[in-house]
Write a new protein. Structure first.
Length: 336
């Protein structure tokens, strides 16, 4: 199939593009508007493949998007393009509504018009809201309860996708995943921010008391799950993707400090941790039950949290040529 991957120069999208080119026979049209969060470097390893093409296009621009569909005639869509940083959605929600809601609407309309065979929408566990510490993990039937402008915009887009499936018979499939980590994540996000700042001996700003819990999913595992669902997922259905690695933010930062100490020589970097004023409406806990994906399609994560973190720390320590220029733009001075 020829797959239109939106947001393929971002963190997860680039892992999907690399996975598609390296492990399948599909060809890829990587559509990205190249926002601050996109880099060509994240797909450089596959960019010369004859099955790869890049198009710079903004999904908010229906006419430009129509031209891409007309020119490339994709058989399927994997839709990852989004504004994705919760802090930015609090500072300026408009772009989140325009890209995540209206951009998704544009893609659905063009997917319908061109009769694509599959439309895979990639979403987040944050649409389900916040869990108490002892509550059961989110399942595919958990009620929607988004609490930030980011998660509300993603929830809206999920509803649109399902409505286009029901109403117009668009062959849709939706996945909702937990927090991703791994190579090529923009350095304003918590995991790379902490690795880079710990390596430089800078303070490590942790929200509140660091007690918020997330389920951490290694991005390469997520990419393999997405390609599996795209190929074999039941149309009209939804699958959760999780990493089976629930950790508090403080546990994650401790683990990063210990691994950076081990790699660069011990300095007890845990002493660099500084607790800062909490994010407004900060969800306490997300946890994802992915047993449906496991039971129906046989997927499970290939790495433990410690293994994935070791790969991630090693990657950031070796690849300042990728993140250094982004850091100069101020990405690692934000709070994690
Ligand atoms: N990172 C996570 O932990 C996580 C967790 C759950 C779900 N998700 C979802 O996965 C998807 C990818 O997330 P990510 O972390 O890779 O995000 P990212 O911010 O790293 O990448 C998003 C990409 O989309 C592109 N983009 C943004 N607006 C666009 C527009 N208007 N037109 C075309 N391209 C545009 C950006 O340039 C960027 O390359 C998103 O839909 C996000 O909601 C991410």
């Amino acid at each position: 199939m020829k797959i239109l991957v939106t947001g393929g120069c971002g963190f997860i999208g680039s892992a999907v593009v690399r996975h598609l080119i390296n492990t399948t026979d599909h060809s890829v049209v990587n559509l990205d508007s190249m926002t601050y969060a996109a880099t060509h470097g994240s797909v450089a390893s596959v960019a010369d493949d004859s099955r790869y093409a890049h198009v710079t296009c903004d999904i908010r621009d229906r006419e430009a998007l129509a031209e891409v569909f007309e020119t490339h005639r994709p058989d399927g869509v994997m839709h990852l393009a989004a504004e994705s940083h919760v802090d930015r959605s609090i500072e300026g929600p408009q772009a989140f509504i325009e890209t995540n809601v209206l951009g998704t609407f544009n893609l659905l309309e063009l997917g319908r018009h061109h009769e694509v065979e599959r439309f895979h929408h990639i979403s987040t566990d944050e649409v389900f809201g916040s869990l108490t510490m002892d509550a059961a993990a989110f399942t595919e039937s958990s009620p929607y309860d988004p609490r930030s402008p980011y998660s509300a915009s993603k929830a809206s887009s999920d509803h649109l996708v399902r409505a286009w499936g029901e109403t117009f018979d668009l062959p849709v499939v939706v996945t909702n995943c937990s927090n991703n980590y791994g190579p090529f994540q923009f350095p304003e996000k918590m995991m790379p921010l902490m690795i880079i700042r710990a390596a430089a001996g800078e303070s490590l700003p942790v929200y509140g008391k660091g007690e918020n819990v997330r389920d951490w999913l290694f991005v390469e595992d997520h990419a393999s799950a997405l390609c599996l669902v795209f190929d074999q997922g039941r149309l009209g259905d939804t699958y959760n993707v999780g990493g089976d690695s629930e950790k508090s933010n403080l546990d994650v930062v401790h683990a990063i400090c210990d691994q950076v100490d081990a790699a660069l020589g011990a300095q007890d970097r845990r002493n660099l941790i500084e607790f800062v004023r909490d994010r407004p409406g900060h969800d306490l806990r997300y946890a994802v039950d992915f047993s449906k994906l496991h039971n129906e399609l046989g997927w499970s994560p290939s790495v433990t949290f410690d293994e994935g973190l070791a790969q991630t720390v090693a990657w950031y320590l070796a690849n300042d040529a990728w993140w250094g220029p982004l850091q100069k733009g101020g990405a690692t001075s934000r709070r994690g």
